[in-house]
Design a protein around this ligand. Structure first.
Ligand SMILES: Cc1cc2nc3c(=O)[nH]c(=O)nc-3n(C[C@H](O)[C@H](O)[C@H](O)COP(=O)(O)O)c2cc1C
Length: 162
């Protein structure tokens, strides 16, 4: 039997930071109260049926609210939304104070300025270490075609596509 390698959290984060990606804010609403968290671990899962996924930490209060609501909306962030990205990455209870949003078909918040959004119902939740793997069934989606510059994340910093 091979010995399991000991991988420290700092080394883990440093190497995984080399994976460049877009950034999303996943939102939900429960009893009229909005919830949202910044998510890099967004992915498409299946074309037919249309499924997407993301991986929230199980200690996230926003994810707990989303799970209870049964639906979520993935906002794909534009380059001008870095402030929103950082606001939604905080653990503050008043994250939505002063933030503009409109309700999508499931009621989950859609932010003006997002370059695309994907509204879903929760199809499945799988445990994976200290995170969950959430699979959503897409009920509605839209994209901005013109001037849609994405916000990109790489090695802990933000950048643009050029
Ligand atoms: C660029 C970026 C990407 C992130 N991606 C994830 C992610 O994929 N999964 C996750 O659990 N947290 C991720 N986070 C951290 C969460 O946004 C943060 O822990 C969460 O919003 C905490 O608030 P809450 O307790 O209200 O959920 C990310 C943060 C940043 C800045």
């Amino acid at each position: 039997m091979s010995e399991e390698a000991v991988i420290g959290p700092d080394e883990f984060k440093r190497v995984l930071g080399h994976f460049a990606s877009g950034v999303t804010v996943v939102t939900s609403v429960i009893d009229g109260v909005p919830a949202g968290m910044t998510i890099q671990s967004f992915t498409s899962v299946s074309l037919d049926p249309p499924l997407v996924g993301f991986l929230p930490s199980r200690d996230s209060s926003s994810w707990l609210a989303m799970k209870e609501s049964g639906s979520f909306c993935v906002n794909i962030l534009g380059f001008a939304q870095e402030d929103l990205c950082m606001t939604m990455a905080s653990r503050a209870e008043d994250k939505f104070d002063g933030v503009d949003w409109v309700a999508g078909p499931t009621g989950s918040p859609v932010f003006p300025g997002s370059i695309g959004w994907i509204d879903c119902t929760i199809e499945a939740v799988h445990e994976a270490g200290d995170h969950d793997i959430v699979v959503g069934r897409v009920v509605h989606l839209e994209a901005v075609e013109d001037g849609a510059d994405p916000l990109l994340f790489f090695k802990g910093g933000f950048g643009a596509f050029s």
